[in-house]
Design a protein around this ligand. Structure first.
Ligand code: NAP
Length: 388
């Protein structure tokens, strides 16, 4: 198939998904041109990427970051600042990779879709918090959204055999696989003593700190349930979680005739990233290839709801609807940041989120202003609980 050269904006370039996306781009210089970048605190890394790929437009988070970066890159590089800068960059390329962390990635998701671009979405928090708003801009002519999250990328591939009617009536359920994280099988007593080093020690994936902690609490899987529901337009009651410690089966779709389609590969995020960048072309690098002649063990078990209450909180947030998923995600961001800053214990992360959710009062989500206000309220409640 002839390939078309595509321009790429990589927002959140200095993180884990960012660096793996750069790896894909380095292998395919004829197919992709990196035209825009953004980063947060790691300005030396941002400058290195800018210089290596001769990028002409870069986004930073503040004026002082702009001044510091300007000293490290060519004077011809245009540096844009803040949310407006991110929005501008997200409207400037054929493919936009949203690899920004947390709610800060919202402007990228909304702007890329509003501008009719292909959005390769790693930043699940923006879709979860803003699902009704994203649904509106997703309808923009030319806009498309592809999932970088490996589970959703697997489901996207497994759904290719469905006629794709809205709500997927031919699908009985989506089966999201979970590695179980570093604490699979730990007792409640053991979990009370879990340290930051334990929680950051993921058995199968190497990722940024926030998502690694989310994986340890299973909040990542809870967020992914919400993400799957919003991405594919399927009620959460048809999304189930199965623990699969080997992280080889990335997720499955069960059709109404009982057939189950699964996508298998070794855990390597470059595969779903390349899928989103190259679609409909599959890039020939074999990143996830499995040698079935070597030991390949595939086991499955149910999640443990007592030790990992985050999953139930996510289902409940989806059933409440409105701004509840935004509250859940915002409270979780605050609690995880507090854990990473050694302010609370591992067990307290989900306690804080649960206490914030207890205070949620039904609120529809009709506008961006509603969302921003709800996000701020949930964060304020979480900080209030942390200060007690
Ligand atoms: N890592 C994975 O394997 C993986 C898998 C599936 C989904 N995801 C999702 O992908 C997203 C990124 O995850 P990650 O693991 O790559 O995170 P990460 O390593 O922490 O990287 C996050 C990126 O966002 C930037 N950033 C942080 N705060 C920002 C802010 N307030 N404004 C603008 N930029 C900001 C960071 O800049 P600095 O580093 O320069 O500060 C960095 O470039 C998350 O939504 C995560 O859930 C990740």
């Amino acid at each position: 198939m002839p390939t078309v050269r595509r321009s790429v904006a990589l927002l959140g370039a200095t993180g884990s998904i960012g660096s793996q996306t750069l790896d894909v781009l380095r292998r395919e210089p004829e197919m992709f041109e990196l035209v825009a970048l953004s980063g947060g605190e790691q300005l030396n890394e941002l400058a290195d990427i800018t210089n290596e790929f001769h990028v002409t437009r870069v986004g930073v988070i503040s004026d002082s970051h702009r001044d510091a970066l300007a000293a490290l890159v060519d004077s011809s590089v245009e540096i844009v600042v803040g949310e407006d800068g991110l929005s501008e960059l997200a409207a400037s390329a054929d493919v936009v990779v949203n690899a920004v962390l947390g709610f800060a990635g919202l402007p990228v998701t909304l702007s890329a879709l509003r501008a009719g671009k292909r959005l390769a979405l790693a930043n699940k928090e923006s879709l979860i918090a803003a699902a009704p708003l994203v649904a509106k801009v997703r309808a923009t002519p030319g806009a498309s959204m592809l999932p970088v999250d490996s589970e959703h990328c697997a489901i996207h591939q497994c759904l290719a055999s469905s006629p794709g009617e809205p709500g997927y009536p031919d699908v009985r359920r989506l089966l999201l696989t979970a590695s179980g994280g570093p604490f699979r099988g730990w007792s409640l007593d053991q979990l009370r003593g879990a340290t930051k080093a334990d929680a950051l020690n993921h058995p199968t994936w190497s990722m940024g700190a926030k998502i690694t902690i989310d994986s340890s609490t299973l909040m990542n899987k809870g967020l992914e349930v919400l993400e799957a529901s919003a991405f594919f337009g399927i009620n959460v009651d048809r999304v189930e979680v199965v623990v699969h410690p080997q992280s080889i089966v990335h997720s499955m779709v069960e059709y109404v005739d009982g057939s189950v389609l699964a996508q298998l590969s070794r855990p390597d995020m470059r595969l779903p990233i390349a899928y989103c960048l190259g679609m409909p072309v599959r890039l020939d690098h074999g990143w996830g290839a499995i040698d079935f002649t070597k030991d390949v063990e595939l086991t499955f078990e149910a999640p443990d709801p007592k030790s990992f209450p985050a999953l139930a909180l996510a289902y409940e947030a989806s059933r409440l609807g409105g701004a509840a998923p935004a509250w859940l995600s915002a409270a979780n961001e605050v609690a995880v940041a507090a854990f990473l800053a050694d302010q609370i214990s591992w067990c307290e992360i989900i306690d804080v989120v649960a206490r914030v959710m207890d205070e949620y009062v039904a609120d529809p989500l009709d506008s961006l202003q509603d969302l921003v206000a709800n996000d701020a309220t949930a964060r304020a409640r979480a900080h209030g609980i942390l200060e007690q």
